[in-house]
Design a protein around this ligand. Structure first.
Ligand code: ADP
Ligand code: MG
Length: 335
């Protein structure tokens, strides 16, 4: 199959919102009058961002999900995306699953694939998403203020489908994706069911798009958690020129996480990547409004600390004792 047949078979669909989609030199989209465009690109490289054994369908989902997560962090509404795909050879089983997972998530968010590029090379997926946000309403990294509360999103407990306490899955949460990575690295083992659940957090992140939009006008600053809570929070603190205190024992965690040794829990919760939850700050006066936004966004949120005028990040445990931040405490689990 040639390049153009491949594009036509797997990636070209009738356009709905776009004026011109896949197949011409450029795509054309009509921006909503008066709105600002939010644009973000994320690349996934085999071996670095995903393991080669991941199912193509999950990979398609994740490639778009991590991009939508960036729009979510800005409070933007997704509009369209492009896909640049490099792959070693035309593998129809891969393309079938990949396009299915990718386009299913696109449909779930009502957005269209409007163009891209396809070439032979190492398996690499680069997506650019475009979204819209009213002028002045975008959530930004540089907008946190001293006195703000610090919040993080996390999944609600599984719905009413599971009523049998023996099989019922408790809520998954922060750091679970990192737990899966630790299993892949051979550092820990988990029983099959627990592994499947943490692996799902790694492979099938749900971008918090509805929450991001619900937080417009409520939250000050926001960022999505892709590289680990401490590192991502530092970006907000640096950009906003403020400090923070984080209550480590208040970080939401799954039952699987809570059963791990404390050092491993802290590694996963504080430094684990791939969570794709939103970390955001909001004035104390907006506490109830944040909870209402979370309800509209269909997720749970937990207040995990506060922003201080004094620069720097302070991690404290439930007794108020300082928790070491350097990776030394977690060295045993380092790659
Ligand atoms: P050009 O050479 O003019 O850049 P291409 O031949 O690379 O165009 O691509 C043909 C059309 O297919 C373009 O509209 C392009 O946006 C689209 N396209 C290429 N690869 C992909 C892909 N992986 N997904 C979606 N659209 C794609
Ligand atoms: Mg091209």
């Amino acid at each position: 199959m040639g390049e153009f047949d491949l594009i036509a078979k797997y990636f070209k669909r009738p356009t709905r919102r776009a004026i011109l989609g896949v197949g011409d030199d450029c795509a054309l989209i009509a921006p909503t009058a008066g709105m600002h465009m939010a644009i973000s690109t994320d690349m996934l490289v085999e071996g670095r961002h995903f393991v080669s054994t991941v199912s193509p369908e999950r990979l398609g989902h994740k490639a778009l999900a991590v991009n939508l997560s960036d729009l979510a962090a800005c409070g933007a509404k997704p509009v369209a995306f492009t896909l640049a795909l490099s792959m070693p050879r035309v593998d129809t089983v891969f393309l079938d699953g990949f396009s299915r997972g990718l386009l299913a998530l696109a449909d779930a968010h009502g957005i269209e694939l409007i163009g891209g590029d396809t070439t032979a090379g190492p398996l690499t997926i680069s997506i650019t998403v475009m979204g819209e946000v009213p002028p002045g309403a975008a959530l930004r990294r540089d907008a946190a203020r001293a006195g703000d509360e610090l919040w993080v999103s996390h999944p609600l407990p599984s719905g009413p489908l599971q009523t049998d306490p023996l099989t019922s899955a408790g809520a998954m949460s922060l750091g679970d994706a990192r737990l899966a990575l630790e299993v892949f690295r051979g550092h820990i083992t988990l029983p099959g069911d627990a592994f499947e659940r943490v692996r799902q957090r790694m492979d099938v992140p749900e971008p918090r798009v509805a929450l991001g939009q619900a937080l417009r006008g409520v939250a000050h600053a926001a960022i999505d958690l892709s590289d680990g809570l401490v590192g991502d929070l530092q970006h907000v603190l640096t950009a906003s020129k403020v400090g923070a205190t984080v209550h480590v024992d208040a970080l939401p965690r799954s039952d699987i996480m809570a059963a791990q040794p404390v050092a491993l829990q802290r590694l996963c919760l504080l430094a684990g990547g791939d969570d794709y939850e939103l970390l955001f700050t909001a004035p104390v006066a907006c506490h109830a409004a944040v909870l209402a936004a979370a309800q509209r966004g269909g997720v749970a949120v937990t207040c995990i600390g506060s922003l201080d005028a004094a620069p720097g990040l302070r991690l404290v445990d439930a007794k108020g004792h300082a928790v070491a931040q350097d990776d030394a405490a977690f060295d045993h689990f380092k790659a």
